[in-house]
Each structure stands twice: as structure tokens, then as C-alpha cells.
Design a protein around this ligand. Structure first.
Ligand SMILES: *Cc1c(COP(=O)(O)O)cnc(C)c1O
Length: 378
């Protein structure tokens, strides 16, 4: 089965009573027992719910994992994965990971005794050099947010394997449609389903997809114990959204490439970051490791010519908003918005400037998006 067929045909046909084509929502907190020890596989919705289970089946199939947990947010998925560690363990992470992940790693887990090294993950020697006796996990995010730097999945995952640590890949940016980390040997994949998997900006959610049964058992235990599983209604929305993942990703990408080329040729734009541009310094790796380029791009605005505020206020089809991966185009200022929690030092170290603008390309007509940017960049 191809991935588009999987996204439509997995986690459905669950209704034996009336044969509904879509999976029903089961908004119930609890399930009655027929007798002591005898139920239909569910007892309490935090621990398990048929709507959520249908979504988990679908997400596991899309990534090629053995199972999945659907969680309340992307951050709760990441939190549940971090709780696979214990005090004294060490984690290696990229220095340009998602701002909320960085905050969790920098300000929450160190107080629980987990140590972190934030490094430039494009430098494989730096990854090897960061490994310590207590390193238990390597946290990979590729492409990175917002600068679209690429981590060599095969190379970094091999370092994890050589050192007996878990490799975890945050695959939010490309979605399973454009990147398959399990093919490179990853142990766990996480997603913010808030983004492309749901795709309609109407829910927050997360997912953990497991590469083997042992991790699935431990991860599902954590999700239940921490109480971070996704509500049935939200799970139903994500299951509804995920069915159009393929066509949406193709459309996001087609426009993103056109917009990136337009921006690259514009005199008031200093630099464009997009994996589909041949000017991307890692274009060869991108073609080898990714199945597509995605719908996210960033650029450096020449603010001596156009102020950020001016650009934002003149745009008609790009909402000034955080988040990404929805049907509507969004634009934002990582320094002051999505990545401000990194602090000035962290921002500078990762290469984000006060002129960096991040764009999530939506599903509008490409010509309208380019025309809108053109008038706003004057
Ligand atoms: C948004 C995002 C998260 C966090 O997900 P939430 O659903 O907002 O909690 C994690 N990683 C990446 C790459 C993201 O874009």
C-alpha cells in the first residue's frame, strides 16, 4: 500500500453496528464491564479509547512503526519520551531545535537530573565528540526550525547505535509523506500533529511512533501514567485531517518552491532558506534523505529597505501567527515569536537574526501568494 492509500484506509471501518465509513467519536470517560475482568478491550479513556486507537493505527502505518501513542500536544509526546530516561542520563540534541523542545530540555529536565548537550548536528564529529559514558539518547530534528538546516539521519543514527543510545527523530516538519526516519534506523519518531498531520489549524496534538515492541510498551505506559493521551474528539479531528496528508503536502511544496524562487530573486531579500533550492548548502543530502522538500521556508529580510512590521501589515493572505502546516499561509518573526524562549544567546548561537522571517505556505493559489508578497516587499 502506498502512503496515500494508507492514510485513507487505516484506522477506519470500525463501526460494525451501522457500517459508518468514518470512525465514530467515542466521547466517554469510562466503559462498562460485562462481568468482572470482562470488557471489550477498553476500561477508561485516559488509558485507551477506540477513536484514539484508530488514529494511532493510522499514524503507526504512515511511519512504518509497530505502534503509536496519540497525545494531547506535541510537547506532551516529547515529555513522555524524555521520561524513558532517568536521573543521571545524558542527551545530545541539536542547537537549533524547536523552541519549546529547547525550553523543556534547558529548563525542566535538568532539574530532574537529566543532562543535555546542545550541538551543531550537521557536524558529525561534534556529535561523536559529545557522546559521554552516560549518553542515553540522541534527539534529532530535521529540517530544523526555522533555518531548515539538515541533519544527516543515517550518520547520526549510526553514532547512536554504536553507543547504545536511543535515537529519536522529530519528524514534524516534513511529515511521514516526505521523510521516513525508520528507514534510517531511528528508534522513535515524534510529531506535533498540530502541524501537517492534522493540517487544518483546528487542534493541538502530538504523536509518538515506536520502532519496536519494547519501546512501545514503555512509551504507552508513560503516556498513561503521565496522563497525556489525546482527547477522543481531538483524535477524531486528526484522523479526519490525516486522510488528505499526501495531496496537501504536494500542494504545500509546489507553492513553497515557487515562493522560495521568487524570494530568492527579490532585491529586498538577502537570503532564502528552503530545502528545495539548489542554493541550499546541503542539497545533495536533502535529495538523498528526503522524499520532498516540504512547505516551510525562511528568509532574511533586508530591513534597511523594508521593516518587518511593514511587511506583516501589508500582507493580505499571510496571517502573522505562530504554528505551521495548516491550510492557510502563516508568517512570523522567530526572534520575537516562536523562538523567543531560546533567549538572545541561544538565538544568536543558532543563527537566527532579527531579520529572519519564517513562512508556512498554505494551500492558497500560488500566484496569489507571490503577488501578495510582491506588493508587501515594495
Ligand atoms: C510545534 C512543534 C512542536 C510542539 O508541538 P505542540 O503541538 O505545539 O505542543 C514540537 N516540534 C516541532 C518541530 C514543532 O513544530
Amino acid at each position: 500500500m502506498g502512503i496515500r492509500t494508507k492514510s485513507v484506509h487505516t484506522g477506519v471501518y470500525k463501526d460494525d453496528s451501522f457500517n459508518s465509513v468514518t470512525t465514530p467519536i467515542y466521547p466517554t470517560s469510562t466503559f462498562y464491564f460485562d462481568a468482572l475482568g470482562k470488557n471489550k478491550g477498553y476500561d477508561y479513556t485516559r488509558s485507551g479509547n477506540p477513536t484514539r486507537a484508530a488514529l494511532e493505527e493510522n499514524l503507526a502505518a504512515l511511519e512504518g512503526g509497530v505502534g503509536a501513542s496519540a497525545t494531547s500536544t506535541g510537547m506532551s509526546a516529547i515529555t513522555a519520551v524524555l521520561f524513558l530516561l532517568k536521573s543521571g542520563d545524558h542527551v545530545i540534541a541539536g542547537d537549533d531545535i524547536y523552541g519549546g523542545t529547547y525550553r523543556l530540555f534547558d529548563r525542566v529536565f535538568p532539574d530532574l537530573g537529566v543532562e543535555f548537550s546542545f550541538i551543531n548536528m550537521r557536524d558529525i564529529d561534534a556529535v561523536k565528540a559529545a557522546v559521554k559514558d552516560n549518553t542515553k539518547m540522541i534527539w534529532i530534528e530535521t529540517p530544523s526550525n526555522p533555518l531548515l538546516n539538515i541533519v544527516d539521519l543515517a550518520a547520526v543514527i549510526n553514532v547512536a547505535k554504536d553507543n547504545n543510545c536511543l535515537s529519536v527523530v522529530d519528524n514534524t516538519f516534513l511529515s511521514p509523506y516526505f521523510q521516513s526516519p525508520f528507514e534510517f534506523g531511528a528508534d522513535i519518531i515524534v510529531h506535533s500533529t498540530t502541524k501537517y498531520l492534522n493540517g487544518h489549524s483546528d487542534v493541538v496534538g502530538g504523536a509518538i511512533i515506536y520502532g519496536n515492541k519494547e519501546l512501545e510498551e514503555k512509551g504507552k505506559f508513560n503516556v498513561n501514567a503521565l496522563g497525556v493521551s489525546q482527547a477522543p474528539f481531538d483524535a477524531w479531528l486528526v484522523l479526519r485531517g490525516v486522510k488528505t496528508l499526501g495531496p496537501r503536502m504536494e500542494a504545500h511544496q509546489e507553492s513553497a518552491l515557487a515562493v522560495a524562487k521568487f524570494l530568492e530573486s527579490h532585491k529586498n531579500v538577502k537570503k532564502v532558506y528552503y530545502p528545495g533550492l539548489e542554493s541550499h548548502p546541503q542539497f545533495d543530502l536533502i535529495k538523498k534523505q528526503q522524499k520532498g522538500f516540504g512547505g516551510m521556508l525562511s528568509f532574511e529580510l533586508d530591513t534597511s529597505q523594508v521593516a518587518c512590521d511593514h511587511l506583516f501589515s501589508k500582507l493580505e493572505y499571510f496571517c502573522l501567527a505562530e504554528s505551521l502546516g495548516g491550510v492557510e499561509s502563516l508568517i512570523e518573526h522567530p526572534w520575537l515569536m516562536s523562538h523567543s524562549s531560546m533567549g538572545e544567546e541561544g538565538l544568536k548561537a543558532s543563527g537566527i537574526t532579527e531579520e529572519t522571517i519564517r513562512v508556512s505556505i498554505g494551500l492558497e493559489d500560488t500566484e496569489d501568494l507571490i503577488a501578495d508578497l510582491k506588493q508587501a516587499l515594495e
